[in-house]
Design a protein around this ligand. Sequence first.
Ligand SMILES: *[C@@H]1O[C@H](CO)[C@@H](O)[C@H](O)[C@H]1NC(C)=O
Ligand SMILES: *[C@@H]1O[C@H](CO)[C@@H](O)[C@H](O)[C@H]1NC(C)=O
Ligand SMILES: *[C@@H]1O[C@H](CO)[C@@H](O)[C@H](O)[C@H]1NC(C)=O
Length: 344
Amino acid sequence: MKLIFFLVNLIIINTTCIVKPKQCLHYLNKKNDVYFSLDLLHNRRCKLHFLLKKNIKNNIYRYKHKNKSRINNINKKNNDNGDDVFSVSEPRLRFAPSPTGYIHVGGCRTFLYNYILSKQMNGKLIFRLEDTDTKRNTEGSLHEMIKDLKWLNLDWDEGIDIGGEYGPYKQSEKIEVYKKIAHDLVDQKRAYLCFCTQDELKEKKERAKLMKKKYIYDRMCRYLNEEIVTTYLIQNKSYTIRFKSPENRKIVLKDILKKEIKEVVNEDFIILRSNNAPTYNFSAAVDDHLMKITHVIRGSEHISNTFKQILILESLNANIPMYAHVPVITDIEKKKLAKGIMNI
Ligand SMILES: *[C@@H]1O[C@H](CO)[C@@H](O)[C@H](O)[C@H]1NC(C)=O
Ligand SMILES: *[C@@H]1O[C@H](CO)[C@@H](O)[C@H](O)[C@H]1NC(C)=O
Ligand SMILES: *[C@@H]1O[C@H](CO)[C@@H](O)[C@H](O)[C@H]1NC(C)=O
């Protein structure tokens, strides 16, 4: 589906100081859906207010970059506040779409959050492409995406088109990196080779379905002894690599926008497929680590992914970035906008 091109109208209306402790990035969707306002709380006292104005007639968003230095000045003025959650010595934010279509307003908004905050924090914005899920990729959409963002006069500091210190920024170009890290995790006994075949897994899934249970991999290969593993390897049996999830451990997500969310990851999920391609949750976490990302701002549909990603980051002894999950934009009928077009 070819989607709408957007111009986003970002108007800096005012800069108000309000007391609203802990909440740092606020999203407001007015009832009539004409305005989306973005409130970015710079620190505990000062809030920046932006408004996305929708031109209903053309279904177009206009973007106007008013004055960058104004944002920076506000930043400096309030820098004495020590407990600003955004204060990190080198803030690095990322925009990490999959190339599955044209950029839509949800993706654009995610970009804007990252863009504004990276400017406000004097940080860097990284544009990387999560394209290892080769089935879903559509040719040319990366080019379109960049064109659309450039058309909106938006830019970034490192990324696929301009390079940078932490490249490549296209995940499909560093398959070997993920492969090595996955095998390192096997050596460290944080992951294991799984020789279960597609058919075997299918059967297990069907059995779970019959018993009306949620399918979860039974960890059979987690307990294979070394000799059997060696034998299978000599026989050239194909394998995937699964992560050893800790049993019944609650993983805590401290989202900037929400209360703490706790969840147990009971699944030994696949991190490397039998064709050596990394799975999404693995490559996303590995890249957040390798690219030294400090803040992950993305749509709330990603919350459930975060727990697996935190596990991966922990196993890599990486710093866990700060997370902010912003609500999904809905249209007037409250349907998720342009579902599946772009998974930001
Ligand atoms: C931006 O704002 C600052 C401070 O408010 C001002 O000094 C500067 O001239 C403005 N720049 C432009 C291009 O308007
Ligand atoms: C496994 O693969 C290697 C290299 O592709 C080959 O030399 C070897 O003969 C294979 N072994 C078996 C048991 O098929
Ligand atoms: C990532 O992990 C989440 C949470 O378990 C899962 O729902 C999702 O399908 C995974 N994503 C991919 C692309 O495998």
